[in-house]
Ligand binder design. Structure first.
Ligand SMILES: *Cc1c(COP(=O)(O)O)cnc(C)c1O
Length: 423
C-alpha cells in the first residue's frame, strides 16, 4: 500500500478512467457533417446566402463576452500578432510580456519587429503584477501583453493603472481564461483588445483556432483586413453565389482565417462552456476543502475582484519542504503514476526556455542584438522560479468527473508526501 506506484507499488487509482477531453456527441458530429455537405469550407468561397460559420461564431463569441466586435482567426498566435499590428506596433517599439507563459506572446512581438521585454510574475498566481510591469517600462513601451495564467485572473486594476499612466495599450491574452470575470466583466474586455485561442487543450476547443475581441470599431475594421488579405465583411447582406468578403485595402493583411470546419465545432462547443465552467468549479471547491485539511497544500489563489475563474490548468501549490528536496518534476512523476494521468510542473520561464530562440532566424537578428537580448531577458525572475518550484498542474479535463476523483487526487498527494523518502 505504501510503496509508491512510480517504483512499482500499487497505484491509488487503478480501475476507473478519467474524463476525456474534448467532449463531443452526435450533435457535434452533425454540425461538422453539415459544414462538409455545404461545400463551403472556407470564408473565401461563394456564399450560399447564409452567413459563414466563422462569422456566426464570431458574433456569438462577442455576445458571450458582451462586446460589440469579434473576429475569428486560425490560431491564438495569429490573433496576438494581428492585435499588435492593429495597434500599429512595430520596429523600435517595446512590448512587455510575462516570462511565465507559453512562447506565443513573445513570438508575436518579434514577428511585428518589436522587442519583447520579459517581466517577472507573482510567485503565487504566476501572473504579472503592477510592480513587475513597472519594472519593464521604458520610453519605448507601447503595449503590455497580460496573460491570465492557468486558473486565475491577473490584477487588472493595478495593471490598467500602470498602462494608462505609461500611455501603453493593454492586450489581454485570454487563451487560458475564456469566460473568467473581473468586477462583473469578462476578461478580454478590459484593455484595447482581448485575444483567445481555441486549440485542442483550451477550455473552448476546435483543434486550432483563435479570436480577437474589441469594443473599438477602428480596431475591428483593421483586424478583419489584417487576417484576410486586406478584405473585410461587406456592409450589406451577400446574395448566394457571391463572395462574402470585399476587398478594402486600408491595411495590408495576410491569411489567418478560421476554417468553416473549425467554426462548426465551435458553434457546437460554445453552448456547453458555462456548464463545464460550473462543473469544474464545483470539483475545484471540493478539492480545495480537502487540500486545506491535508495541510501543506493549497490552490493557485484567485483575487477577490475575480467573480469567476476559468480553469485551464488546475494548479496545486505546496509548502517548501513538503517533499523534502525531491525536485518538482520527480514529485509530478510520482503523483502521475498514482493517478494514471499527467501532473506536471509549469513550463520553465521563457528567459530560460528552449522555445525562445530568436537568434535561429535571420529576420530577428536585428531585434535580438546583444543589446536587445539583454534588454529583453536581462532581469532576475525570482517570482517565476518560485512559482515553478511550488506548483503542480493538471489539465482541466480532469475536473469534469465526480467527487471520487477528488478523493483519489487527495489520496495520491498524501501518499507521495508521506513516502517521498522512497524517491
Ligand atoms: C495556447 C496559448 C496561446 C497560443 O494559441 P494557439 O492557438 O496555440 O496559437 C497563446 N497564449 C497563451 C497564454 C496560450 O496558452
Amino acid at each position: 500500500m505504501s510503496r509508491l506506484a512510480v517504483l512499482g507499488g500499487t497505484p491509488v487509482r487503478q480501475d476507473r478512467d478519467w474524463p476525456r477531453w474534448p467532449q463531443y456527441d452526435t450533435a457535434t458530429e452533425q454540425e461538422v457533417v453539415a459544414a462538409i455537405r455545404s461545400r463551403r469550407w472556407a470564408i473565401s468561397w461563394p456564399s450560399d446566402g447564409t452567413q459563414a460559420r466563422e462569422r456566426r461564431f464570431a458574433e456569438q463569441w462577442a455576445a458571450y463576452n458582451e462586446v460589440p466586435y469579434c473576429v475569428s482567426l486560425d490560431h491564438g498566435s495569429s490573433a496576438l500578432l494581428v492585435a499588435l499590428e492593429a495597434l500599429d506596433i512595430g520596429p523600435g517599439d517595446e512590448v512587455i510580456v510575462p516570462t511565465m507563459t507559453w512562447v506565443a506572446p513573445v513570438t508575436a512581438v518579434l514577428r511585428v519587429g518589436a522587442l519583447p521585454v520579459l517581466v517577472d510574475v507573482d510567485p503565487e498566481t504566476g501572473c504579472i503584477t503592477a510592480d513587475t510591469v513597472r519594472s519593464g517600462l521604458s520610453p519605448h513601451t507601447r503595449a503590455v501583453i497580460l496573460v491570465h495564467h492557468a486558473a486565475t485572473v491577473a490584477d487588472l486594476d493595478g495593471i490598467l493603472e500602470v498602462t494608462e499612466q505609461a500611455g501603453a495599450a493593454l492586450v489581454e491574452d485570454c487563451a487560458q481564461a475564456h469566460g473568467a470575470r473581473w468586477r462583473g466583466r469578462n476578461v478580454g474586455t478590459h484593455g484595447a483588445v482581448g485575444v483567445f485561442s481555441f486549440q485542442n487543450g483550451k477550455v473552448l476547443a476546435a483543434g486550432e483556432g483563435g479570436a480577437v475581441i474589441t469594443s473599438d470599431e477602428q480596431i475591428y475594421r483593421k483586424v478583419q483586413q489584417l487576417r484576410a488579405d486586406s478584405r473585410r465583411y461587406p456592409d450589406a447582406d451577400v446574395p448566394a453565389g457571391e463572395m462574402e468578403l470585399v476587398e478594402d485595402g486600408e491595411v495590408m493583411g495576410a491569411n489567418y482565417c478560421m476554417s468553416e470546419l473549425s467554426a462548426a465545432v465551435l458553434l457546437d462547443q460554445l453552448p456547453r462552456l458555462d456548464e463545464q465552467h460550473q462543473h469544474r468549479e464545483k470539483i475545484a471547491v471540493n478539492l480545495e476543502k480537502g487540500l486545506a485539511e491535508l495541510g501543506d497544500f493549497g490552490a493557485i489563489p484567485v483575487p477577490p475582484e475575480a467573480d469567476r475563474r476559468s480553469i485551464y490548468e488546475y494548479g496545486i501549490t505546496f509548502r517548501e519542504g513538503t517533499f523534502g528536496s525531491v525536485p518538482a518534476t520527480r514529485v509530478a512523476e510520482a503523483i502521475s503514476a498514482e493517478l494514471g494521468m499527467p501532473w506536471y510542473p509549469p513550463d520553465p520561464p521563457l528567459n530560460r526556455s528552449l522555445m525562445l530562440r530568436p537568434h535561429t532566424k535571420r529576420r530577428f537578428a536585428q531585434i535580438w542584438s546583444e543589446e536587445g537580448r539583454r534588454r529583453a531577458t536581462g532581469r532576475e525572475f525570482p517570482g517565476a522560479e518560485r512559482f515553478c518550484a511550488s506548483t503542480l498542474l493538471c489539465h482541466h479535463g480532469a475536473l469534469l468527473g465526480n467527487s471520487a476523483d477528488v478523493e483519489d487526487i487527495l489520496s495520491a498527494l498524501a501518499k507521495v508526501r508521506d513516502h517521498h523518502d522512497q524517491l
